[in-house]
Design a binder for this molecule. Structure first.
Ligand code: ZN
Ligand code: ZN
Length: 356
């Protein structure tokens, strides 16, 4: 049972004067209970915690969850919560407003007419932003698989191969090496398509002399990895080499600057300043990185405007890039965990420019 996580939820209930929290977003349900199925709801009150699901998950919920009262129902989960009296008479109930549909919310108000509902946007996210050692281990396992997949993919990267073929290789090897699957649709962007920071794989064939940006990751036991490498298929242009060098320097500087207590926006600034000084400031068109864990994008934004402060146990990506319209792009992304002494890089794939 995830004691600390539950305690943190209760602390939040107390400080914000709530009587209960409904946790409906499945990755959050999994974070609190360990349940990996596709239908579940948690109700956490000041003294009790319930998990609700349907008949399909009778056995699975028993093996995956302990420490929660498990309710199996053929009703909707909210109706079952009312029948069991989980939040009857409770006055202030928090719910995850980002993840509840309008119709479910209408339903909620009908089922509990005397309660007031408080929109909560980041209760679990805030707790989950500081990883436990077991979670860091899980992310490292996912990252190690992705590193292995990168080595396999290098063997397939040749002139004439389609971007989609490379995306298929990534999915195949992720599963062969023990992941549950891709963490997200892989980005494979070659030549001029590299100027699209989120260029999905297409029918385009890779040509000699092009850069190929590969951005991919896997999900493994509920945790994600996220890696980007840009490699050259045949010798790149002088300009290409220069851009690559600048992005790599910027990325290393941001990693170097990562330690507890640093405002997240400063890390973005370190990388951005370097790229600007080299004359490519306006071509780094996204933020430096994002939190990573049970979801591929989690809080802890590494952006110019971020108000987050880096803490021990945070896991996030560092991924500067330069994108030149009509020409191509370079991005390099690693996953890092923040330690007392600084920053540990979890993804281990080589970063020096590779010319295949
Ligand atoms: Zn990525
Ligand atoms: Zn990323």
């Amino acid at each position: 049972m995830f004691e600390r996580r539950l305690q943190e939820v209760r602390k939040h209930l107390e400080t914000s004067g709530l009587d209960a929290l409904l946790v409906s977003h499945l990755p959050h349900v999994r974070y609190l209970t360990g349940f990996s199925g596709s239908n579940g709801l948690c109700v956490v009150t000041l003294s009790k915690q319930y998990f609700l699901t349907d008949n399909r998950y009778r056995e699975q919920s028993k093996t995956e969850i302990d420490g929660f009262e498990i309710v199996i129902t053929s009703d909707t989960l909210l109706k079952a919560a009312r029948k069991r009296g989980m939040i009857n008479g409770k006055k202030k109930i928090g719910f995850e407003s980002q993840y509840l549909s309008v119709s479910t919310f209408e339903n909620l108000k009908k089922l509990f007419p005397s309660a007031s509902f408080v929109s909560k946007r980041s209760v679990i996210e805030t707790i989950a932003a500081v990883k436990e050692e077991s979670e860091i281990e899980a992310i490292k396992r996912a990252a190690a698989i992705t590193d292995k997949v990168f080595r396999k993919v290098l063997l397939a990267l040749k002139p004439g191969v389609r971007e989609l073929d490379i995306a298929a290789e990534i999915s195949y090897w992720h599963q062969r090496f023990g992941a549950d699957g891709d963490a997200f649709e892989s980005i494979v962007a070659s030549g001029p398509r590299g100027a699209l920071p989120h260029g999905r794989a297409t029918e385009k064939r890779i040509r000699k002399g092009e850069f190929v940006t590969l951005d991919f990751g896997c999900k493994c036991k509920g945790y994600n990895s996220d890696l980007t490498r840009t490699v050259a298929v045949g010798p790149p242009t002088e300009r290409g080499r220069k851009i690559y060098r600048i992005v790599l320097e910027a990325q290393r500087m941001a990693i170097e600057a990562t330690r507890p207590g640093v405002p997240a926006r400063n890390l973005d600034r370190v990388a951005r300043r370097h790229i600007r000084q080299k004359g490519f400031g306006k071509y780094f068109s996204h933020s430096l990185g994002h939190g990573l864990g049970i979801e591929i994008h989690e809080p802890l934004r590494l952006s110019v405007k971020s108000k987050d402060v880096v803490r021990v146990g945070n896991v996030f990506t560092i991924e500067p890039g330069i994108y030149l319209q009509g020409v191509g792009g370079v991005r390099i992304e690693d996953d890092v965990v923040v330690r007392e002494s600084g920053c540990e890089v979890i993804t281990k794939s080589p970063k020096e420019l590779m010319i295949l």
